[in-house]
Design a protein around this ligand. Structure first.
Ligand SMILES: C[S@@+](CC[C@H](N)C(=O)[O-])C[C@H]1O[C@@H](n2cnc3c(N)ncnc32)[C@H](O)[C@@H]1O
Length: 284
C-alpha cells in the first residue's frame, strides 16, 4: 500500500501554482463549451484542513497558501474559491482539485473523480456527500485516463496529479496521455509534476515530446532554494495538452505566482513542441 497523503503537503507553493492554473483552465473551457466532462484521476480528499495534525507537522502551507493569502497574492479566480471555504477570514481550509472542479462546473457538466487510496477515498466520499451528479470511483487513475477518452461530449479536461511515489509514474503518465490522445486528439490534459533533484520530470516531458502528442504548453515555477531545510521539491511544473489560451495568458499567470513567492523564484513558460532533444542524452 502506498503511503502518500496529500494532507501533509496541501496548500504548499505547488498547490498554489497547480490550483491557480486549474481554475483559469476550467473557466476558459467553460466559456468555450456549453457542456464539459472533467476527469480528476488522482482526486485526493476534496478539501484539506490546514489546522490538522498532519498539515501542521510539515507546515508546507505556510510558504504557499498562507503566504499568498496573507499578502493578498492569490490570483482572483482561486482567491474567490478559497474565500468561500474560509468566510471568517483566517485560512483554515484549502480546496483540492476535485473540489475546485466541483465549484466551477455547471449542473449540466459531468465530473468524475478517481482516488485509489481507501482512506483518502473515504474522506472524498464524505467531502462530496452532498454533491449530486459527481461520480466517485475507487480505482487506478492512470488506467482511467485512457478509459475516459473520449467522453461522449468530446469536450472536456483530464486533470492528472499523481504523487510520483513510484519513479515509473513519470513515464507511465506520459504513456497514458499518449494512448488517450490517440483516441481523443482534441482533449485537454493538465499534468502536474514536481521538480526534484532526481529530475524524473525530464523523462515525462521527453516521452511526451517524442510522442505524437502536439500542442503541449508548459508552466514551471522554480525556487532559488528550498523553502525550508530538508524540503526536496525546488519547483512545480504543469504541462497542458491543447491549452485553450495563447501562451501569454499562461505566462502572466505563472509570473504572477513566481513574483509573489516568499523566496526568489523564476517562471518558465514554453511550448514543449519547440524543445530540442539533446543528441547526447536523448532527452529534452
Ligand atoms: C498529489 S495527490 C492529489 C491531490 C489532489 N489532486 C488535490 O489537488 O487535492 C495524489 C493522490 O493520488 C492518490 N493515488 C496514488 N496512486 C493512485 C493511483 N494509481 N490511482 C488513483 N489515485 C492514486 C493518492 O492517494 C493521493 O491522494
Amino acid at each position: 500500500m502506498l503511503s502518500y497523503q496529500h494532507i501533509y503537503h496541501a496548500g504548499n507553493f505547488a498547490d498554489v501554482h497547480k490550483h491557480a492554473i486549474l481554475v483559469e483552465l476550467l473557466k476558459a473551457l467553460k466559456a468555450k463549451n456549453p457542456k464539459l466532462a472533467v476527469l480528476d484521476t488522482h482526486a485526493g480528499r476534496g478539501t484539506y484542513d490546514l489546522r490538522s495534525e498532519e498539515a501542521q507537522k510539515t507546515s508546507e502551507y505556510t510558504s504557499g497558501a498562507q503566504h499568498f493569502w496573507e499578502n493578498d497574492g492569490l490570483p482572483e479566480g482561486l482567491k474567490e474559491i478559497v474565500s468561500g471555504f474560509n468566510p471568517e477570514g483566517d485560512l483554515n481550509i484549502w480546496p483540492g482539485s476535485s473540489m475546485i472542479a466541483r465549484k466551477i462546473l455547471r449542473p449540466g457538466d459531468k465530473l468524475t473523480c478517481i482516488e485509489r487510496h481507501p482512506g483518502e477515498f473515504a474522506e472524498l466520499q464524505k467531502t462530496m456527500s452532498d454533491a449530486h451528479g459527481v461520480d466517485l470511483q475507487q480505482k487506478d487513475g492512470f488506467q482511467s485516463i485512457v478509459d475516459f477518452s473520449p467522453p461522449p461530449l468530446r469536450k472536456g479536461l483530464v486533470i492528472i496529479d499523481p504523487s510520483y511515489e513510484i519513479k515509473t509514474e513519470y513515464v507511465q503518465t506520459a504513456k497514458q496521455v499518449h494512448l488517450a490522445w490517440k483516441k481523443w486528439s482534441q482533449g485537454v490534459f493538465l499534468i502536474w509534476y514536481p521538480l526534484l533533484e532526481a529530475q524524473g520530470h525530464v523523462q515525462l516531458l521527453t516521452h511526451l515530446r517524442k510522442s505524437e502528442v502536439k500542442d503541449v504548453l508548459v508552466s514551471e515555477v522554480r525556487l532559488d532554494k528550498a523553502p525550508t531545510e530538508g524540503y526536496r521539491m525546488f519547483g512545480s511544473g504543469i504541462a497542458i495538452v491543447n491549452p485553450p489560451w495563447p501562451i501569454n495568458v499562461l505566462d502572466d499567470l505563472t509570473n504572477h505566482i513566481a513574483d509573489r513567492m516568499p523566496q526568489k523564484a523564476h517562471s518558465d513558460v514554453y511550448w514543449l513542441d519547440n524543445q530540442p532533444i539533446n543528441p547526447e542524452t536523448g532527452t529534452i
